[in-house]
Structures are given as structure tokens and as C-alpha cells.
Design a protein around this ligand. Structure first.
Ligand code: CMC
Length: 427
């Protein structure tokens, strides 16, 4: 069996043989197919990249039909059960699970970089009291490029490593300051004796006590949520990170763009939208009416559906279990009954079944965050903290891939053909 595709161009009756490698043909191989000598050659048209691979990657594997998610080959279920977020971040960025010594060194480097420059704090203080924390987060990440101009040395391995440490270490501090700012409380300094997640909870919730002790069940639950959100291959924000990074800008500027992409309600803003939706539905009795409106095209069932997963999102299954553990500590979130009933009805309904719409990662995560005391506006920020690991790993992979160049899609021009300028008084 030849690994080729034979194409007949019926405009010219010419035949072409295109190589197939790894299950794909190269779009540029189509350029040789021309209807006339001055023809620029055949292109593919693929809005929203429904069927176009833009890179080769070794980081995350997803089988959407089977509901499989693996980081560097390790199943998400095993990582969520056995690993910590910091270990997972190391795995995603460097390709292998760390040894004892490597984990110790990695943890030490991260704790060395948790503090923010005092001027960053001042910058954050300038935001309105009701500024959305995700807007504050992405602006502050962008501002980092002015504090660390050495980050422009993107082809210097040591410089890249330093920015990786800074980013992983500082994103929880930015997130916590954004939260404290929104509730008008003083910022809490990082406590480097605590775990990554324990310190984050300390910066968020410590009041007057000298030492903050988080509940170990909640600390672990947040760590698991961080593991589940750490990477998800070529999603909207990761594509933004790669696309912006392909111009060779510094990683902070690229990541501000990635975070902006994550902010949208169809992506990382969905967990916030789910909570608002559950509140709006209000009671279990109101669910059938809500489903009817969704089916009539009046809004979406937020937290349902996924471009890649066409069966249950494996992260949603783990989150559902984590939710039970969290609710044992915090008490049951009253919106859970609405969520469970919504899921039950939707999974039986022909509209959702035929479109393969299942709960995604965001359907239950918001309920956990709310039970832990986070306001809904913090939900996308809680997604951005762990996704930083994925963004950085994908950015570095793109930079070091000799096949990558500045990202630049083509277009089909459908506008006016050439015409002469009309003076203002003749229009
Ligand atoms: N509720 C109702 N109908 C839906 C939904 C939904 N949540 N999602 C998709 N559909 C319908 C859609 O109307 C379309 O129907 P039809 O064929 O009759 O026009 C069909 O299902 C296919 O939808 P699509 O919009 O072509 O699918 P997509 O791959 O472009 O969109 C999605 C994927 C995640 C943007 C979409 O499912 C959605 O908007 N979901 C709600 C938002 C959400 O939960 N986002 C979080 C995604 S997971 C975490 C992350 O990536 O950040």
C-alpha cells in the first residue's frame, strides 16, 4: 500500500501524487495544482482550523472519540491521582517526570520567584476596584515584559529557563493580588514554606493569623484541578500563544495574548458562564424550559460540548469525583442539584445526543471553586494559572521546531475589485 494520495484535477485532467505522512498531506503540496500557468495554485479553506494540523507536537495527546487525555504519554487519570501540579508542570515543560533531585531543584527555583516587584503591585493598585480579575491578570502578565527585558533573548536557553521559572512562580501571586484588590484587602506576601497550592490559598485567604493553614482536602482538590487544566494541545489560547510567539516576541507579551484568548466565554470563561447559567435557572423545575430555549437556539448549555471530545470529557469525570470530596468539607453547593439534573436531562435528549454534546471540564469546576469561596470572576484566572505550564511548553516547542515560521494564514479575497478613488464631494 502506497502512502500517497492521487488527485485528479478535472479542470486540466492532470494527476498528482501527494505523499501522506502521519495521516496528513501537506497543504503546500497542493500549490503545484494549477488550472493555468499564472494560477497561484490550490489552497485549502479551513475556517476555525477544523481539519488542519499546524504543528507536530510531543506534549499532549487527545483521542476525542475515546475520551483519552495524556500529557507526554501519561494518562490524566494517573497524574490526577498520584502527581502534584508542580510535578505535572515539570513533565509538560521538560518532557519527563522529575527525579527526586530534579523536583527539589524545580520547587526551589519556583519558590525563589514567587514575589512580585513592588512596582507591579503599584500597577495593579491602579485598576478600578471592580476590575475583572482576568483583565487585571492578562494586563499584568503583559506588563512583565517591561520589567524583564532579558526575556527578549528567546533563543538563549538559560534566559528561557529563567522566564519559565518566573512565569510558573508568579502567576498565582498575580491572581491572588487581583483577587485581594477586588475585595479591597491588603495583598498577602507569598509564604515559601507552603506547597505551590497551599501558598496560593495563603495569598488569597490569610487574614490576621501569622501562619495560614489550608484544609488539606481543599488544597489537594485545587492541585488536582490545576493538573487537569495544565495543557490541552492546540486549543484557542495555546494557538494564540504559538501564533504570537511565532513573531519572536518575548513570552510575557505572547502569554498576555494567550490569556486574553482564554478569557472568552467559549473557552476559559465558560466556567464562569456555567455558574451564572445555573443561578439564572434557579430551580430544578425550571430546567425543561431552559433546555427548550437552548434547543430553539436561544443560548447555549454552557459547560457542554467540545471541539475535540465527542464523548465524555475525561477531565469532567475526575472533577465530578473531586467535587464530592470538596463538598464533604464545605457542605453541598445548592447549585449541584440543578447541574446534576441538567446533565441527566441533556444526556437523554436527542438534540444533545445526536450532536455528541457531553459535559466538559468547565461544567463542574465552577461549583467546586464556588464552594471553596472563590467569586465567579476568579474562575478564568484559576484556569490561567495552571495553563501557564502548557502555554510555555507549547511556545518553547514552537520556537525550537525548525519547520515553524511566523504564523500567517492565507485568505480568499471576496471584496471589491480594483476601483478608482472618489473625491469626498462626489460620494
Ligand atoms: N449548547 C447547545 N448547543 C450546542 C452547544 C452547547 N453548549 N455546543 C454546541 N452546540 C451545537 C451547535 O449549536 C451546533 O448545532 P447545529 O449543528 O444544529 O448548528 C452543534 O452543536 C455543533 O456545535 P459547534 O458550535 O459547531 O461546535 P464547536 O466545535 O465549534 O464548538 C464549543 C465547541 C466548546 C465552543 C461549543 O460546544 C460551546 O460553545 N460550548 C459551550 C461553551 C463551553 O462550555 N466552552 C468550554 C469548552 S471546554 C474548556 C475550554 O476549552 O476552555
Amino acid at each position: 500500500m502506497a502512502d500517497t494520495l492521487t488527485v485528479t484535477d478535472n479542470r486540466t485532467d492532470k494527476q498528482y501524487e501527494l505523499p501522506i505522512k502521519d495521516g496528513v498531506i501537506r497543504a503546500t503540496d497542493l500549490r503545484q495544482i494549477k488550472a493555468a500557468p499564472d494560477d497561484a495554485g490550490l489552497m485549502t479553506y479551513d475556517p476555525a482550523f477544523m481539519n488542519t494540523a499546524a504543528c507536530r507536537s510531543r506534549i499532549t495527546y487527545i483521542d476525542g472519540d475515546k475520551g483519552i487525555l495524556e500529557y507526554r504519554g501519561y494518562p490524566i487519570e494517573q497524574l490526577a491521582e498520584k502527581a502534584t501540579y508542580l510535578e505535572t508542570a515539570y513533565l509538560i515543560i521538560f518532557g519527563e517526570l522529575p527525579t527526586d533531585a530534579q523536583l527539589e531543584e524545580w520547587t526551589r527555583e519556583i519558590t525563589l520567584h514567587t514575589m512580585l516587584h513592588e512596582n507591579i503591585k503599584k500597577l495593579m493598585e491602579g485598576f478600578q476596584y471592580d476590575a475583572h480579575p482576568m483583565g487585571v491578570f492578562l494586563s499584568t502578565v503583559g506588563a512583565f515584559s517591561t520589567f524583564y527585558p532579558d526575556a527578549k533573548q528567546i533563543f538563549d536557553e538559560q534566559s528561557r529557563k529563567k522566564q519559565i521559572h518566573r512565569l510558573i512562580a508568579k502567576v498565582p501571586t498575580i491572581a491572588a493580588y487581583a483577587y485581594r484588590h477586588s475585595i479591597g484587602r491588603p495583598y498577602n506576601q507569598p509564604d515559601n514554606e507552603l506547597s505551590f497550592t497551599g501558598n496560593f490559598l495563603n495569598m488569597l485567604f490569610r487574614m490576621t493569623e501569622l501562619k495560614y493553614h489550608s484544609n488539606p482536602v481543599l488544597e489537594r482538590a485545587l492541585d488536582v484541578l490545576f493538573i487537569l487544566h495544565a495543557d490541552h494541545e492546540q486549543n484557542c489560547s495555546t494557538s494564540a500563544m504559538r501564533g504570537i510567539g511565532s513573531s519572536h516576541v518575548d513570552p510575557y507579551s505572547a502569554m498576555a495574548g494567550a490569556a486574553a484568548a482564554l478569557y472568552g466565554p467559549l473557552h476559559g470563561g465558560a466556567n464562569e458562564a456555567v455558574l451564572r447559567m445555573l443561578k439564572e435557572i434557579g430551580t430544578v423545575d425550571a430546567i425543561p424550559g431552559f433546555i427548550k430555549r437552548v434547543k430553539a437556539g436561544e443560548g447555549r448549555l454552557m459547560g457542554f460540548g467540545h471541539r475535540i471530545y465527542k464523548s465524555y470529557d475525561p477531565r469532567a469525570r475526575i472533577i465530578k469525583k473531586t467535587a464530592d470530596e470538596v463538598f464533604e468539607v464545605t457542605g453541598r453547593n445548592p447549585l449541584l442539584d440543578i447541574a446534576l439534573e441538567l446533565e441527566r436531562i441533556a444526556l437523554q435528549d436527542e438534540y444533545f445526543v445526536s450532536r455528541k454534546l457531553y459535559p466538559n471540564v468547565d461544567f463542574y469546576s465552577g461549583l467546586i471553586y464556588q464552594a471553596m469561596g472563590f467569586p465567579v470572576t476568579m474562575f478564568p484566572v484559576l484556569f490561567a494559572i495552571p495553563r501557564t505550564a502548557g502555554w510555555i511548553a507549547q511556545w518553547e516547542e514552537m520556537l525550537l521546531d525548525p519547520e515553524q515560521k511566523i504564523a500567517r494564514p492565507r485568505q480568499i479575497y471576496i471584496g471589491a475589485s480594483k476601483r478608482d478613488y472618489v473625491p469626498l464631494n462626489k460620494r
